[in-house]
Design a protein around this ligand. Structure first.
Ligand SMILES: *[C@@H]1O[C@H](CO)[C@@H](O)[C@H](O)[C@H]1NC(C)=O
Ligand SMILES: *[C@@H]1O[C@H](CO)[C@@H](O)[C@H](O)[C@H]1NC(C)=O
Ligand SMILES: *[C@@H]1O[C@H](CO)[C@@H](O)[C@H](O)[C@H]1NC(C)=O
Ligand SMILES: *[C@@H]1O[C@H](CO)[C@@H](O)[C@H](O)[C@H]1NC(C)=O
Ligand SMILES: *[C@@H]1O[C@H](CO)[C@@H](O)[C@H](O)[C@H]1NC(C)=O
Ligand SMILES: *[C@@H]1O[C@H](CO)[C@@H](O)[C@H](O)[C@H]1NC(C)=O
Ligand SMILES: *[C@@H]1O[C@H](CO)[C@@H](O)[C@H](O)[C@H]1NC(C)=O
Ligand SMILES: *[C@@H]1O[C@H](CO)[C@@H](O)[C@H](O)[C@H]1NC(C)=O
Ligand SMILES: *[C@@H]1O[C@H](CO)[C@@H](O)[C@H](O)[C@H]1NC(C)=O
Length: 426
């Protein structure tokens, strides 16, 4: 076999190897939990409230930050105001407590909501109101914004044949998000929750393992409308409504999941819209002009066992120029001047050719007071100023000392005569 064919085999092995180590998987973030619940268990009458506590599937290790979304609502009777207030009362490691309030004379039969609880070390939540006279609000954070999403959580409307509002948010710069509401019809004010992620590797070392996707959907509802979420991992999204235009005295509608099971989160990347009126009277497309929704997917990227996450792919921890930690398995770049490193970016294990490695750092020139074997350097023993090949083999002494037979002496050795202090003994 000649060199060429050996090279080819090696090349094919490398290709195969790279193929094997690049299977990255997306799973739901282990720092986020989603609950979908009907926030009311009995009809809430005029001016009443209902407060419920819901338990997370597994306890958090830190108190999570929580935002809410609205999936659907059902107002009881015509001729009453269409409004409610949904609010977070409290959360701890195990549970979250939510209150629904009927404002003035509204009667609420159903209010399906989403609860997103996240335990990232670099998250802010804002809760605020936009209204007809103040439709924009501005939120700033000190750190660079990495990701964010806002959902409305309630609205306060009137006795009306039309309920409409558009809710929108935009990032202005690295530190600022604007919330805007527009096209108010029969609605005076909108409550919302905004969650902002400012994770970067300086704040949260594992941040590269986590990704976010925001998708919004604009739907003109004609009967049943299927929304394809096209998520990376279809069952992990946190979804809710964002804008709507309902008229013709629609009192009730729902988002039904596909398959139609309200007790399960999106299970196959799709969900359905349909309205109660459509269901009951087969009147299609009359009542809901549009109903916009959005999904926020919080993902964790994981590699197969024994592989390590690096630069959005999976590698073996032996790759040059990175150092790796386990649990979670993740590698980081070494400092540019190390060839290889361990534990920390600046803990060099080896240097580029022609450089000298000394105490885990790389140098272009040999450092004073060191000796080097194959460009790996060690400190000379205290007695020597300079040494060679061995820490005790002095080639130069500290000032005012005597060098004799490659050792340094404070007193002139008896058997020697000396040219000069600190110079070589002859
Ligand atoms: C509900 O509150 C409104 C305004 O505070 C008041 O006008 C109304 O009478 C109350 N309704 C009931 C049933 O208490
Ligand atoms: C709108 O919001 C502003 C600030 O939150 C408040 O001062 C004002 O009274 C509200 N106006 C209406 C009509 O609700
Ligand atoms: C949100 O606002 C931006 C900027 O004003 C606009 O470009 C975008 O179309 C709006 N999106 C929606 C869904 O209204
Ligand atoms: C915004 O943040 C990115 C990094 O997240 C940075 O590269 C960029 O320079 C920042 N822009 C400004 C104007 O600060
Ligand atoms: C919906 O899912 C729940 C939980 O898996 C199950 O108990 C229930 O029977 C399902 N309902 C329907 C209508 O399939
Ligand atoms: C509604 O449509 C379904 C199927 O299209 C039909 O079976 C049902 O009878 C209709 N109901 C009414 C009230 O028209
Ligand atoms: C990370 O991956 C991208 C795309 O595969 C590549 O272009 C880039 O050079 C890689 N960066 C490092 C530091 O390996
Ligand atoms: C140090 O070791 C090298 C290589 O082994 C040798 O050539 C050199 O003479 C040694 N230096 C001293 C001072 O012994
Ligand atoms: C010089 O040092 C070597 C090694 O320590 C030793 O064997 C030798 O006897 C010493 N020579 C003199 C003259 O002291």
């Amino acid at each position: 076999m000649n060199i060429k064919s050996l090279n080819l085999i090696f090349y094919l092995l490398v290709i195969q190897f790279q193929r094997i180590i690049s299977q990255i998987q997306y799973i739901q973030s282990d720092r986020a939990q989603i609950l979908y619940v009907n926030a009311i268990t009995k009809t809430i009458d005029q001016n009443n409230t209902e407060t419920n506590t819901y338990y997370y599937a597994k306890p958090f290790s830190n108190i999570p930050k929580v935002i809410l979304s609205v999936q659907s609502f059902n107002f009881g009777s015509m001729g009453t105001n269409q409004q409610f207030k949904l609010s977070l009362v409290s959360t701890d490691l195990n549970s979250v407590t939510i209150q629904v309030q009927s404002v003035e004379d509204s009667v609420i039969l159903d209010l399906l909501i989403g609860i997103l609880a996240v335990d990232y070390p670099c998250v802010n939540v804002f809760r605020n109101i936009v209204n007809v006279s103040k439709p924009t609000s501005v939120h700033t954070i000190e750190q660079n914004i990495q990701n964010y999403i806002a959902f409305f959580t309630s609205f306060q409307g009137e006795i009306t044949s039309q309920i409409q509002f558009d809710f929108n948010y935009t990032q202005i710069d690295n530190h600022t998000i604007n919330i805007q509401a527009a096209n108010f019809q029969g609605v005076n004010s909108i409550d919302y929750n905004l969650i902002v992620f400012y994770c970067d590797v300086n704040i949260f070392k594992e941040s590269s393992l986590y990704e976010f996707q925001t998708k919004s959907f604009q739907n003109v509802i004609k009967g049943r409308t299927k929304v394809n979420t096209q998520l990376q991992t279809p069952s992990t999204g946190f979804y809710g409504l964002i804008s709507m235009n309902l008229y013709n005295f629609v009192r009730t509608f729902s988002i039904f999941f596909q398959p139609t099971n309200k007790t399960l989160p999106i299970s196959n990347g799709q969900y359905d819209f349909s309205t109660e009126i459509v269901k009951q009277n087969n009147r299609t497309g009359q009542s809901v002009t549009y109903l916009n929704s959005q999904v926020f997917d919080l993902l964790k990227l994981v590699c197969p066992v024994n592989q390590y996450f690096y630069n959005k792919s999976c590698i073996l921890p032996t790759q040059e120029g990175v150092y790796c930690q386990s649990n979670p398995n993740i590698c980081y770049d070494c400092d540019a001047n190390c060839k290889t490193c361990q534990n920390q970016a600046n803990q060099c294990l080896s240097c580029q050719e022609s450089q000298y490695l000394f105490e885990s750092k790389c140098y272009d020139v040999q450092q004073d007071g060191t000796y080097c074997l194959n460009n790996v350097c060690y400190r000379c023993s205290q007695q020597c100023k300079e040494c060679q090949n061995n820490s005790n083999f002095c080639t130069q002494c500290h000032d005012f000392e005597y060098l004799f037979n490659n050792s340094c002496y404070i007193q002139k050795p008896q058997q020697a005569y000396c040219k000069l202090r600190k110079d070589k003994v002859i």
